[in-house]
Design a protein around this ligand. Sequence first.
Ligand code: ZN
Length: 391
Amino acid sequence: METLNKAQKGEVVQLLKELVAIDSSQMPGKERVEEEMASYVTHYCKAMGMTVDKQEVAPGRPNLMAHWPEQTGSKSLMLEAHMDTVTVEGMTVDPFAGKIRDGKILGRGTCDTKGTMAAFLTALRIAGERGQLPADKLYFVAVMDEETCCEGAKELMKTDFRTDAAIVGEPTRCELVTCHKGPLWFEVETRGRACHPSLPEKGRNAIDEMARLVSFVHGAYTEHIQHKSHPLLGRSTAQVTVIEGGTRINIIPERCRAKIDGRYIPGQSLDEIKTEFERMARQQLGPEASFHIVSTKGFLPLDSPVESPLVRKLQKVIRQAGGSGKPQGVNYFADTGPFTAGGIASVIFGSGDIAQAHTADEYLELDQLYRATEVILTLLTQNVGRSILGE
Ligand SMILES: [Zn+2]
C-alpha cells in the first residue's frame, strides 16, 4: 500500500486549494462556467506530459480528455471528475479560500468534487513521474456541467470517445459504489372537456382524471414496482411532485398536468418502464380517459458487475487502506448514468461524504483527500505493466 509522504500530502492539498480558488460554480445567468478550471487542468495535465483533447460543448464550457500518447495498451480506463460546482450563494464559509481548520479544508467543491479531482491528478502525476503505470491507456477526463443533469458526460457520449471502464469521482468516503437507481421523470397530461361547473355532467373534469392518476401512482403502480428489490438499493419509488390544472374557479378544467419522479432499481430499460407505466395507467383510467405522457427524461441506473477485475482490485486496495471495500449503493446519480448508457463499465469512488456536498459550509477531511490519493496511486502502482482491467 502506497502512503503519501509529507511533501506529497502538501502537494495534493495545494492542488486542491488552487482548484477551489477557481470559481466554477453554477450561478444563474453565469456564462463560461468551467473556462478557467479547464485551462488550469489542461496546464496541469500538459505539465505531466499528457496530450489534452477538448470538446467545446458551449462557449467557455469544454470537456477535457487527457492521456499519455505513448501509452498504447489495448484496454483503457478513465478517471473522471466534473469541473463545475453548485452555487456559492448562501455559503457560511469563504467558498474560494480553501481555509484549513481542524483537519478539514473548507470551500465550495472541496467535497463535490474537486478533492477527488486533486486526488486523481496527484496519483497520476506521482505514478507517471516514477514510470510506474499500468498497461492500460489511462485517461483523465474533466467534464463540464454535471450538476444540472450530467450534461457534460451526455455530450461526451455523443462523440466517439469511449474507454472500457471508468472510475467516476464523487464523494463515497473512499468506498466503492457499484450501483445507484436510475431516475425517470414523467410529465403527464389529462384532457377533459370544459363546461360550466353548475352542469358538470356536460363536460369532463381533467383534474378529476388526474386525481385518479395520482392515486394510481401512489397506489397500484407503486405496489407493482416495489415487488422486486435490489440487495443494495432496496425498492423503486414513484412520487407525484408537481401538479397544475384548471384556469378559473367557474370553469370545469379541460387540462391538468403532473410531474412524477420515479427512481428505479436496475432491471428494466427506460423504454420498458415507460411502456409499462402507460399501459397500466390507461387500464386504470379507463378507455374514455384522455391521458398521455408529454415528456420523459431519465438515466439508466448503475449496476456494475461486482466480479470484474477493476472492482476486485479496487476493493482490495480500499481494504488495505482501512475501508470495508464492500460494494455499495447510493441514492444520488452521477456521470455513471450516461457512461453506462455509452457502454463504459463504471464505478464511483472518491473522497469525502455526500452529506457535505452542496452545503453552506462544505468541507473535506484532509485524511479523506490523502486516502483517495493513496488508493488510486496504489491501484496504479500495484499493476505496473499489467492491465488493471485484466485478470
Ligand atoms: Zn458531484
